[in-house]
Design a protein around this ligand. Structure first.
Ligand SMILES: [Zn+2]
Length: 287
């Protein structure tokens, strides 16, 4: 029995080591700032109604893209970290490149939260950038119109928030991004869409290349309060205010789960940020 339990114990250790390695890749895949201690996550997603997305690879990512055949969950979780080692941005912009700070709102539009975000931004006379999901743009074209009408700028965030998109063929990536742009332009003809943000930040060379071929600049971020993990408004506020600096690109979410905490945090963040920084919508003519 000693031998048997020893074997079992060895197997357990191997499992732990593999899990640890995967966890490392996961962290590398989602964290831009190497010295920032990432909050450990079990990959649990939110449980609110509606589509659930997160900008971190997640085992709980629901509803694989219908057209995907490559096992998007497994391809998506480790793709960027495994392919790229520590620096996995493939040249994606993580800062504004100027002293100005940019707020970005991902995964929408969502009729529950996007209007609240728009109201707060209007109250503080702030323009921001919305990284919209194609199917949500299709379902809520009036919200895309409201975003543009208010002077905010747009960013393509894939059709179905496909974290594994970068592991698919260039043709599949191109098709996904074009479909998303078409849904945005069905809502707002001629809307400039010059930014692309890969769901989960799971960048790969093909997804960066295709985005650029389609005239979009890959956009990452530099401040991530992990609001998708529902840490509460206090924590979201504290993280953003402590990490914001000139040039920051702040990642927030106006959809993909219960985002009331993000809305409440935004209410507290805006007075402070607008006092300390010039805030800008990412330009539609990036150089
Ligand atoms: Zn996202």
């Amino acid at each position: 029995m000693t031998r048997g339990s020893s074997t079992a114990r060895a197997a357990g250790i191997v499992t732990l080591v593999v899990a640890g390695l995967l966890g490392s890749a996961y962290v590398l895949g989602r964290s831009l700032v190497p010295d920032q201690t990432p909050r450990q996550s079990t990959g649990v997603t939110t449980s609110a109604d509606g589509p659930h997305y997160a900008d971190q690879p997640s085992a709980g990512e629901p509803g694989a893209a219908p057209s995907s055949s490559a096992g998007p969950a497994e391809a998506g979780q480790d793709g960027s970290g495994r392919d790229a080692g520590g620096d996995n941005l493939f040249g994606a912009h993580a800062t504004t490149g100027t002293p100005r700070l940019a707020l970005t709102f991902d995964d929408g539009p969502d009729p529950r939260y996007t209007p609240q975000v728009l109201d707060l931004l209007r109250e503080y006379d702030v323009r921001a950038t919305f990284c919209v999901v194609g199917e949500n743009a299709q379902n809520h074209p009036e919200l895309v119109q409201s975003i543009v009408d208010a002077g905010h700028t747009l960013c393509n965030h894939s059709w179905h928030h496909d974290v594994g998109l970068g592991a698919r063929s260039a043709d599949a990536i191109r098709s996904d991004l074009l479909r998303t742009n078409a849904a945005i332009r069905a809502a707002v003809p001629n809307a400039p869409i010059v930014w692309y943000r890969q769901p989960g930040g799971a960048w790969t060379y093909p997804v960066v290349s295709v985005a650029q071929q389609l005239g979009m600049t890959p956009l990452h971020w530099s401040v991530d309060p992990s609001d998708w993990e529902l840490p509460g408004a206090n924590k979201i506020t504290a993280t953003v205010l402590s990490q914001a600096e000139p040039g920051s690109v702040v990642l927030l979410h106006d959809a993909g789960g219960d985002r009331q905490g993000t809305v409440e945090a935004l209410r507290r963040i805006l007075p402070d940020l607008t006092a300390r920084f010039d805030l800008e919508a990412l330009p539609t003519d990036p150089t």
